[in-house]
Ligand binder design. Structure first.
Ligand code: MLZ
Length: 461
């Protein structure tokens, strides 16, 4: 939609240079298109690209080498400029503007050296022969692989169940309205709470743990807001064409629920679903089927409306003392003092036991993220927004993500395999609007004119 047009002016290349920062590599993001192919992309690789340094009436091309890689973006230098970086330019490696060596010959395009180097090199043929020996180029099936990795079996019109952001302990039925880059715009079937002339919607990635097939809530014993009365006003109901079938959804890792397992009342540490930058003292409030758990943050409310469903294999739930061991400030209940909080005493005072550490998913294959790396990350409190962001801390598999230009209060913890973090250049590839750091671009209609359509954060606006 027009109102979501990216605010002109943000360029990753210039921004990275200004911040002297590196971008996390595409291969860090398991769900990102071409993740598995990224080993073939290397510095010094040669490509054929439009020559913008020419004064000819028709389009001509030239060979360039990759001098820097940042996510899906590359800094290119036309062949012939050698050590001269003054004409370097950033380009997307996945924009189809780059072609393998040999493409011009194959498609009868003209290769013409840039205006500014033409004079100094007398014999181009010989020059290229020398410089191209042993050089890599784009794999021939690069764009085919790209197209393949962007395919999805989700379809517009499918009905799904998704967490109710205004009431996170229950789900709602929603319809897939559109799909972009694997992110789904979901429109709730029941629009009776939507203000006049607006549509209540929600964005999430198709691999999001918040998304389920129709029937899931009943199957696992999760609360669901009863679908609207079908005789209600038609304008207040969105109708889907068909139910999402089970096969589309990534099944969480199997957990044994027999024997020693999570029990109601056990204490743990958990990422606060409504304040994703804090890890809190929490309690297992209910054990559902298929390994799902309802977790409540201690001391926030007692009505159960913000109990949150985490799977037992989720990396958002952690054993007691996780924060202490990792030097992370633990958020304690309002009537406790974080300076003096000791788990052992808290458990005794509350006559509760800690969930045994062996029940938590400790699988960690390792990752290549490190602090200060830049990426594009979803603001999960307003999941329509994909923002310019930085890895602030890495603690095991968890990443603390900072949104550039926003206060630390907006920081959020993500699992390194979260489907909501993307390489630099992902928005560009998907034609999805990227939220630049505020202040860097004068006017950003996407964040300034829209009301929050996501979760109600415990503290922030
Ligand atoms: N309504 C919020 C939007 C914040 C978006 C931040 N993303 C990192 C505000 O303007 O405060």
């Amino acid at each position: 939609p027009a109102q979501d047009a990216p605010p002109a002016g943000f360029e990753w290349g210039a921004y990275l240079e200004k911040e002297t920062a590196l971008a996390a590599a595409v291969s860090c993001f398991r769900h990102a298109p071409l993740c598995a192919q990224w080993d073939d992309i290397s510095l010094g690789m040669r490509v054929e690209v439009l020559n913008t340094n020419a004064v000819l009436p028709s389009k001509v091309y030239w060979i360039a080498s990759v001098v820097q890689i940042a996510g899906y973006k590359a800094l290119l230098r036309y062949e012939g400029f050698e050590e001269d970086s003054s004409h370097d330019f950033w380009c997307s490696l996945v924009s189809a503007e780059l072609n393998p060596i040999g493409w011009c010959a194959m498609t009868s395009k003209l290769l013409v050296p840039p205006q500014d180097v033409k004079q100094i090199i007398p014999d181009w043929k010989e020059y290229l022969m020398k410089t191209l020996v042993g050089a890599n180029t784009l794999p021939v099936d690069f764009y085919l692989k790209l197209a393949e990795s962007m395919r999805t079996s989700f379809r517009v019109g499918m009905r799904v169940e998704v967490v109710d952001p205004k009431h996170v302990s229950r789900t709602l039925v929603a319809i897939i309205h559109s799909i972009k880059g694997g992110r789904l715009r979901l429109v709730y079937e029941d629009q009776s709470d939507a203000p006049e002339n607006t549509i209540d919607d929600f964005w999430c990635h198709m691999a999001s743990p918040l998304l389920h097939q129709v029937g899931w809530s009943n199957q696992v014993g999760h609360a669901i807001k009863t679908p609207v009365n079908p005789t209600g006003p038609a304008s207040k109901t969105w109708r889907g064409n068909y139910d999402s079938s089970f096969v589309l959804f990534k099944k969480p890792r199997f957990v044994y629920m027999e024997g020693c397992y999570f029990e109601e009342g056990m204490k743990l540490e958990a990422i606060d679903p409504l304040n994703l930058g804090s890890i809190c003292v929490a309690t297992i409030q209910k054990v559902l089927f298929d390994g799902y758990l309802m977790v409540g943050i201690d001391g926030v409310s007692s009505n159960g409306y913000d109990w949150f469903c985490y799977h037992a294999s989720s990396h958002a739930i952690l054993p007691v003392d996780f924060c202490k061991k990792n030097n992370i400030p633990l958020t304690v209940p309002p009537d406790s003092d974080s300076q003096t909080f000791i788990w052992e005493e808290y458990l005794k005072d509350n006559n509760a036991k800690a969930a045994p550490a062996r029940l938590f998913n400790a699988e960690f294959p390792g990752h290549d993220f490190s602090p200060n790396m830049k990426l594009e990350a979803v603001d999960l409190m307003e999941p329509r927004l994909v923002c310019v962001a930085t890895v602030k801390r890495c603690v095991g598999r968890l990443l603390l993500i900072h949104f550039d230009g926003w206060e630390d209060e907006f920081d959020q913890w993500f699992d390194h395999q979260s489907p909501d973090i993307y390489p630099v250049g992902w928005c560009d590839l998907m034609d999805y609007p990227l939220q630049p750091p505020p202040g860097l671009v004068l006017f950003d209609p996407a964040t300034q004119n829209k009301k929050n359509k996501g979760f109600t954060h415990r503290k922030r606006r």
